[in-house]
Design a protein around this ligand. Structure first.
Ligand code: P5A
Ligand code: ZN
Length: 474
C-alpha cells in the first residue's frame, strides 16, 4: 500500500493531528461513504489484533467466549423500559427482507443485553449453573448524534467486547464488578494507558443498571475519554426477562447480573496519549512489530552488514521478539521516518562500524539512543522493551495527574477544565450536580475512591467529603 510522505500537524492541535495520523500511519481510512463508519487498514488491524488478543487472554482465564446474533426482534428490545429509554434514539432498524416488509422489525444490536438475556432465561436452571460468565467481541451499531470520530465515537463499533455475567446474590455480582475492574486495570496498564475509575452519577449510569463504574482516560487536549465501563445490573434485567435459578432450598430466585464493555476507544487512547509530532508511538505490547532492523550499507556491503542483520533478526525472533528488516532501496532517513510514523517501539541500526565493535545501535521511539553489545542481545533488548513500556505508562500517568487539580469555585473549575480535569466538593444532590455541569459546561465524571478531600458544595454550600471530578469529555 502506498505510503504518503508528508509531515503531521503539530500535536498541539490534537484533533487535526489525530485525523491526519490515522490516515498517514494507515490505521483507519476515513473515506468510507457513511458517517461514523470507518475502515481498518491492515496495519491498524494488526494493532487491533494484538490488543484484543491481550484482552481475550485476560478474559479466557474464567470467562467463555461466545457469539450471539446481531439482529434483535423488536419486542425483545423493547421489554426493558429503562434500558430502551436510554437507547431508543440510537437504534438502527431492519424493516424489510427484500421487497416485503418484515412482520417483526429487527434491531441491529446497540449492545447485546436484549439478545443474550432471553437465552439466559433458557440456559440458567439451578444454582449449579451459576456463576455464568460469557463474553463476545462483535460489532454493534449506535446512531450517535454527537460528533462522530474514528475509533472514538462510531456508528458501527467494530470491536465491542461485551461480557455478561449472572450470579446468585447481589453481593456475588458486586464481587464480579470488582473482578472486572481488576481485569480492566490490568488490561489498560498493559496498554500503558493511565486512567481514573469513577462511579458515574445516577443520571449518567448505564440504562437499567444499579450503578456504573467507568474508566476515564485523559486525552492530550484535557478532555476525558470513557474507555470502559462495568455495570452492576442487580435483578432489573432478570425480572424483565424472567431469569431465575433454583436455590439450594428448592426456591426460585432471580439472578443478579453484571455486564462490562470495552471498544476500540482503547486504541484511540493509546494513539492519543503516546503519539507525538513524528507519528504513532506504540507500547511494545500493542505493536505487532517490536523492532525494525535497518542495515546501514554504503556502496558495497562491507563486512557483511546484511548477513548480520539477518542473524540478529533470527536471534530476536527465536526469543519471541518480533523483528523485521527493512532492506528496501531507500535512504536510511526515509526508513526512519516511515517506522517512526508507525510507532515501532525500537529501531536497530547495524553498520560496518557497529560490526567491528561487536555491537548494534538501539534507538527507542522516544529518541533515546545507545550502543549495545551483541553479547546477550535478546535479553538486553527484552529488558529494554519492558523498561520502555513502563516508562511510557509512568510518563503518561504523571502527565495526567499533574493536570488534575482541586478547585474551590465554579469559576476556578471552568478555567481548570480548559486543559485538564477539576476536582471539587459536591453535596450529592442531583440539582446541584446538574447546575455544576451547566455553569462549568462539563461533565461530572463521578467520584473516584482514589481522590479524597472535603469542603463545601459550590452550589448549595453544604459541607461534604464527597469529591467529584469534572471534565470536558469526548
Ligand atoms: C457493557 C457491555 C454497555 O454497552 N453493555 C454490554 C454495556 N456499556 S457502554 O458504556 O454503553 O459501552 C461500553 C463501552 O463502549 C465504548 N463505546 C463506544 N466506543 C466507540 N463508539 C461509540 N459510539 C461507543 N459507545 C460506547 C465506551 O468505551 C463504553 O464505555
Ligand atoms: Zn449542593
Amino acid at each position: 500500500m502506498e505510503e504518503e510522505s508528508k509531515s503531521l500537524p503539530s500535536k498541539d492541535n490534537f484533533s487535526e493531528w489525530y485525523n491526519e495520523l490515522l490516515m498517514t500511519a494507515q490505521i483507519m481510512d476515513v473515506r468510507y461513504p457513511i458517517k461514523g463508519v470507518y475502515v481498518w487498514y491492515p496495519f491498524g488491524f494488526s494493532i487491533r489484533k494484538k490488543v484484543y488478543n491481550m484482552l481475550r487472554n485476560l478474559l479466557d482465564v474464567d470467562h467463555q467466549e461466545t457469539y450471539f446474533p446481531m439482529l434483535i426482534p423488536k419486542p425483545e428490545l423493547l421489554k426493558e423500559s429503562e434500558h430502551i429509554k436510554g437507547f431508543e434514539d440510537e437504534v438502527y432498524w431492519v424493516t424489510h427482507g427484500g421487497l416485503s416488509e418484515l412482520e417483526v422489525p429487527l434491531a441491529l444490536r446497540p449492545t447485546s443485553e436484549t439478545a443474550i438475556y432471553p437465552m439466559y432465561k433458557l440456559w440458567i436452571r439451578s444454582h449449579a449453573d451459576l456463576p455464568l460468565k460469557l463474553y463476545q467481541i462483535v460489532n454493534t451499531f449506535r446512531y450517535e448524534t454527537k460528533h462522530t470520530r474514528p475509533l472514538i465515537r462510531l456508528r458501527e463499533i467494530t470491536s465491542f467486547k461485551e461480557a455478561h455475567t449472572a450470579h446468585e446474590t447481589w453481593d456475588d455480582a458486586e464481587k464480579q464488578v470488582h473482578e472486572a475492574m481488576d481485569l480492566y486495570s490490568e488490561f489498560f496498564t498493559k496498554l500503558a494507558v493511565p486512567f481514573i475509575v469513577h462511579r458515574r452519577p445516577e443520571w449518567d449510569k448505564f440504562p437499567g443498571a444499579d450503578y456504573t463504574m467507568a474508566f476515564d482516560a485523559m486525552m492530550p487536549d484535557g478532555k476525558s475519554l470513557q474507555i470502559g465501563t462495568v455495570h452492576h445490573l442487580g435483578t432489573k434485567f432478570a425480572k424483565t426477562y424472567d431469569i431465575t435459578y433454583e436455590d439450594d432450598k428448592g426456591e426460585r430466585q432471580y439472578v443478579n447480573q453484571t455486564c462490562y464493555g470495552i471498544s476500540e476507544r482503547c486504541i484511540a487512547a493509546v494513539i492519543g496519549i503516546h503519539g507525538d509530532n513524528k507519528g504513532l508511538v506504540l507500547p511494545p505490547n500493542a505493536s505487532q512489530t517490536q523492532i525494525v532492523i535497518i542495515p546501514i550499507v554504503f556502496k558495497k556491503d562491507e563486512g557483511g552488514v546484511k548477513d548480520a542483520c539477518q542473524k540478529v533478526k533470527e536471534l530476536l525472533r527465536a526469543n519471541d521478539i518480533i523483528a523485521v528488516i527493512d532492506d528496501a532501496d531507500e535512504r536510511p532517513g526515509a526508513k526512519y521516518y516511515k517506522w517512526e510514523m508507525k510507532g515501532t517501539p525500537f529501531r536497530i541500526e547495524i553498520g560496518p562500524r557497529d560490526l567491528k565493535n561487536n555491537s548494534v545501535m538501539l534507538v527507542r521511539r522516544d529518541g533515546k539512543k545507545e550502543s549495545i553489545s551483541m553479547d546477550g542481545l535478546p535479553e538486553t533488548v527484552r529488558n529494554k522493551l519492558m523498561d520502555f513500556q513502563t516508562e511510557l505508562l509512568n510518563v503518561a500517568r504523571d502527565s495526567m495527574m499533574s493536570r488534575v487539580k482541586s478547585c474551590e469555585t465554579l469559576d476556578e473549575a471552568k478555567q481548570q477544565i480548559e486543559n485538564g480535569w477539576a476536582t471539587m466538593p459536591w453535596c450529592g444532590d442531583k440539582a446541584c450536580g446538574l447546575e455544576m455541569e451547566n455553569v462549568v459546561n462539563c461533565k461530572l465524571l463521578g467520584e473516584a475512591h482514589t481522590i479524597k478531600g472535603a469542603g463545601k458544595c459550590p452550589v448549595c454550600g453544604k459541607a461534604t467529603d464527597r469529591i467529584i471530578t469534572m471534565a470536558r469529555s469526548y
